[in-house]
Write a protein that binds this ligand. Structure first.
Ligand code: F6R
Length: 608
């Protein structure tokens, strides 16, 4: 994840920005930089590698000024070198950016056609160039230019900018990635989280989705996406006491659900080359062309991520998949193949069943790979190859952002496997990569249904239980929906393949047992809808989770609907995870359970 810091203070800004950047180190980074404004002049220092490199650059050549912005970068577009490091700047503006600008290539082309010369190959640089274009060719004020630029950019991101000639001005905005403003006495701060601001202030204002803000030392103006002035509450953060805090959310689980646009963007950025629209796997990864079978294993939610991936590997790579929960796999007499690979999926990297299954696979001559969130964990250390995810620390017991990051990483791996095995064309790869690049924005869109889902959850909390159904890639999502709900709300829930309902479970349907129908408009939509109608014909209450088009086609007479943005059909699980998680979260909050620490459960299960 990239990290952003901004300071409009009364003492030298660069050392303070460096302090804030150090507190963002946990997000991971490969380069960093700071820009300041002094007597109307912008200046910047940037360095690849560790923050100490930036510190050295600053001590060799200090930056003057009491206002500035800083950034830790995790490379998405372009190598982690000084030229691609943030802040990106023109003679008029310096900008730091976190996230992905989906349409940067077309914006860049448009500007280049007008004679603009770019310095880097990053998506982020379109932002200062676009702002400068509006400042110079349309004579806009900094506020107007920033607003116009942010309106042109599609994706999930956060920005902050400082302007030449404006010592008391910082403008920032968020769409999908978090931003917190810290208020001091005659000083203002900006950070990707409250923890990074803890050395300066505990008075924190969280920007909401789509908000942008004009910050001066004594004055703060916040606007919503439509440009209306809004007021956002000031909270007192407890961030200074812990490593990470809840950033204004009631529970870590809610915070982690809302972090998903950002962390998914960072996960896919580890695999995607946004310019060529291709996937690159880390060095030493499997040669998928030589594998005769891939065995996938994991526990709980991570296992469901693997189940979704099974559909992807089969479809895109035509690779035979063996999949089982880790607690069973090692007790079976698996006929391992000679050229087989085994893939383990785990957030913690310490789950005992998964580790044992890994050792069993190794004993049987399999090449071992894992998708792991904690790089220094046992499973990462015992794997031949680690496919990274960039979910950041997950504190809530229920897996949320780790799940969607696992899915994002697995989608990339399966696409790369398809290319290696010659079963996926370059055009198909490019189409899927474009689909993946849209996901962070679509997830941010899906989060906007929060209030509606909260209302629905109040009714679900009164039910005797709930069934989830889905078909194809939505079948594992039905299993995940049920697991999440029972785990934190203690309400009985089951997930079924849509077609299986009529083979027994339908007998349980009545008006007290709603059915959540996961039905993206894909090749299975009509069949899933007909399964939903079987339920409705038996007085069952159907909750249809689908896109606008799906709801228009099948929403009539359902008990409730949740609109979920339309994505590439096979990638829909990453977006549909959001309503599923929110439904579980709000049902549990209604019932007053301990959402972050449900009874009988621990974050990582280290005994078999
Ligand atoms: C459910 C959940 C668990 C974990 C499972 C595996 O919300 O969190 O089902 O997914 O215990 O944990 P990891 O991924 O750490 O191996």
């Amino acid at each position: 994840m990239c990290g952003i810091i901004g300071v409009l203070g009364s003492s030298e800004a660069a050392p303070q920005i460096l302090t804030g950047l150090k507190r963002l180190e946990y997000r991971g980074y490969d380069s960093a930089g700071i820009a300041t404004i002094s007597d109307g002049t912008l200046d910047r220092r940037r360095a690849p590698g560790k923050l100490t490199n930036l510190e050295t650059a600053l001590s060799d050549s200090p930056l003057k000024g009491t206002g500035g912005i800083g950034h830790t970068r995790w490379a998405t577009h372009g190598a982690p070198n000084e030229t691609n490091a943030h802040p990106h700047a023109t003679h008029r503006v310096a900008v730091v950016h976190n996230g992905i600008i989906e349409n940067y290539a077309e914006l860049r082309q448009e500007l280049e056609a007008k004679g603009v010369v770019f310095e880097s190959v990053t998506d982020a640089e379109v932002c200062p160039q676009l702002i400068t274009h509006y400042l110079e060719t349309e004579n806009c004020t900094p506020v107007e230019a920033f607003r116009k630029a942010i309106e042109r950019m599609r994706g999930a991101f956060a920005f902050a900018a400082i302007f030449s000639g404006e010592d008391d001005l910082m403008i920032c905005g968020r769409k999908g990635s978090p931003l917190a403003i810290g208020r001091g006495d005659g000083e203002m701060y900006l950070g990707s989280d409250a923890y990074s601001l803890a050395p300066f202030t505990n008075r924190i204002i969280y920007l909401e989705e789509g908000d942008w803000a004009v910050i001066k030392r004594e004055k703060l103006k916040i606007f919503d996406e439509a440009g209306n002035p809004v007021s956002r509450p000031e909270t007192v953060s407890s961030a200074s006491q812990g490593l990470v805090d809840k950033d204004g959310h009631r529970h870590f689980m809610a915070k982690e659900i809302h972090e998903q646009p950002e962390v998914i963007a960072h996960t896919i950025s580890r695999y995607i080359d946004g310019t060529s629209k291709t996937i690159n796997l880390p060095n030493g990864a499997f040669d998928f062309a030589k594998l005769d079978r891939l065995t996938i294993s994991a526990c709980g939610t991570a296992y469901y991520a693997g189940l979704v991936a099974k559909y992807w590997f089969e479809r895109w790579a035509r690779l035979p998949i063996e999949i089982d929960v880790a607690s069973e796999l090692r007790y079976r007499d698996v006929p391992w193949t000679k050229d087989g690979g085994a893939l383990f999926i785990t957030q913690s990297g310490e789950t005992a069943d998964t580790l044992s299954a890994l050792r069993e696979a190794r004993k049987n001559g399999q090449q071992i790979a894992s998708v792991v969130n904690v790089p220094e964990s046992s499973i990462a250390r015992e794997s031949d190859i680690v496919f990274p995810m960039a979910a950041g620390p997950e504190i809530g017991v229920a897996s949320t952002k780790a799940f969607t990051c696992q899915l994002a990483a697995l989608a990339c791996i399966a696409i790369a496997a398809g290319r290696q095995r010659g079963t996926l064309s370059a055009e198909e790869e490019s189409e899927l990569v474009s689909g993946l690049l849209e996901i962070p924005r679509l997830v941010a869109e899906a989060l906007k249904q929060s209030d509606k889902i909260e209302t629905i959850a109040r009714d679900i909390a009164k039910a005797t239980g709930i069934f989830y159904i889905g078909r194809g890639v939505s079948y594992p999502m039905a299993l995940e929906g049920a697991l999440k709900l029972k785990e934190i709300s203690y309400l009985h829930a089951e997930g079924y393949a849509s077609g299986e309902l009529k083979h027994g479970p339908i007998a349980l349907i009545d008006e007290n047992l709603p059915i959540a129908v996961i039905a993206p408009v894909d090749a299975h939509f009509e069949k899933t809808v007909s399964n939903m109608q079987e339920v409705m014909a038996r007085d069952g209450k159907a909750l249809l989770i689908s896109c606008k088009d799906g709801i228009a086609r099948a929403g009539e007479k359902t008990w409730a609907t949740i609109e979920t943005p339309k994505s590439h059909p096979l990638l829909s699980p990453i977006v549909y995870a959001v309503p599923i998680q929110l439904l579980a979260y709000f049902t549990a909050s209604t019932k007053g359970t301990d959402v972050d620490q449900p009874r009988n459960l621990a974050k990582s299960v280290t005994v078999e």
